[in-house]
Design a binder for this molecule. Sequence first.
Ligand SMILES: C[S@@+](CC[C@H](N)C(=O)[O-])C[C@H]1O[C@@H](n2cnc3c(N)ncnc32)[C@H](O)[C@@H]1O
Length: 371
Amino acid sequence: MTKYILSTIAWVESIAKKEVGKQWGKIVEVRDRMIEFEGDSKTMIRVNLWSRVGNKVYQVLAEDKNIDNFDKLYDLVQKIDFKKYFHHDYPIIVKVKSINSKLDSTPAIQKIVKKSIIDKITDKSWKKVIENRDLEKFEIMVLLIDDKVKILLNTTWEALHKRGYRDETWEAPIKESLAATLVLLSGWRFKETFYDVFCWSWTIAIEAAMIAKNIAPGLDRYFVFENLILVDKKIVEEELKLAKSKTFDWNYKIIVSDIDSEILQIAKQNAKNAWVDDIIRFEQKDFKEYLKENLAWTLVSNPPYWERLKVEFLDELYEDIDKLFKQNKNLNWWIITSYFEWFDKIINLKNYKKRKLYNWWEKTYFYKKVS
Ligand SMILES: C[S@@+](CC[C@H](N)C(=O)[O-])C[C@H]1O[C@@H](n2cnc3c(N)ncnc32)[C@H](O)[C@@H]1O
């Protein structure tokens, strides 16, 4: 059994833990933004392919406590048999996270760890190290908490929220992993209509559609594990094939609307790239029009909060949101916003449940209407 860590965004650890368990990972410890688990390389590949809310999957290469000086850190890295993991010409980058530990200078830790890695891999059998810059990089993460250190190998590369379907040249306010979190927390039953009435890039709807169709979020991207020596290429192929076979189709109804259609073609293309364009329908519509309707769906939305919008306009819009929910008792209704100070003032807090979440570095609340 090998030890791994799935890192996550804040406040979603309970969902990430379930995701690991589903892929047969044996949970060792859950702590702030980290799920430590045991498994084999198949488990690691599956968590990478299937985690919707996670950040990166790391393999634990070495760990020890009381690492309070650079000699101890150097010696710990020397114990790792890097040849088992990658060929000597791969470029290596070292990242550091130090919390409440004596060793806390990132550049100094990076320097000593890189030196120890190079010393270790320049033995006779590996000849001299010449990093081939054309190859994908390997990332070693040094995690120090209370002088306990873990030397980790990133098996994911770019964070898991980069599914590969989104046109990155356009700003999209919500991260894919957060959008998936919202859908999972909403308890949407796939046979009901799902709605996002402030949809912009369609990210919430695309994630909802991928969840409904059981599309593995990592099917269309590069992972470092594809280049790891100790991972059998055959297993990678089998796991990808297996993940593809889990997708299924049904007549889902996902409706998105927005007052603005500027980004529409990009959003449609994003949905196409994610293989879900066939089940998402767009309407250009002012949210206020829904005040005239009787709604009975699951609604997950991210209303505007941008500073470029006038405050009076925003205040009125949030009053209308509250009005809509008051008049629609059958609506399973959720919104995420960083405009919570005003919203808290105008709603009756007893009628709502709130959950703190971070969108990138911004504090937001996810509100659910409960009565
Ligand atoms: C925070 S953004 C939504 C971002 C979206 N979740 C995403 O990830 O792309 C808010 C959206 O609300 C839209 N909007 C603003 N006022 C509106 C209104 N009265 N009715 C409908 N949409 C509106 C804006 O055009 C914007 O696209």
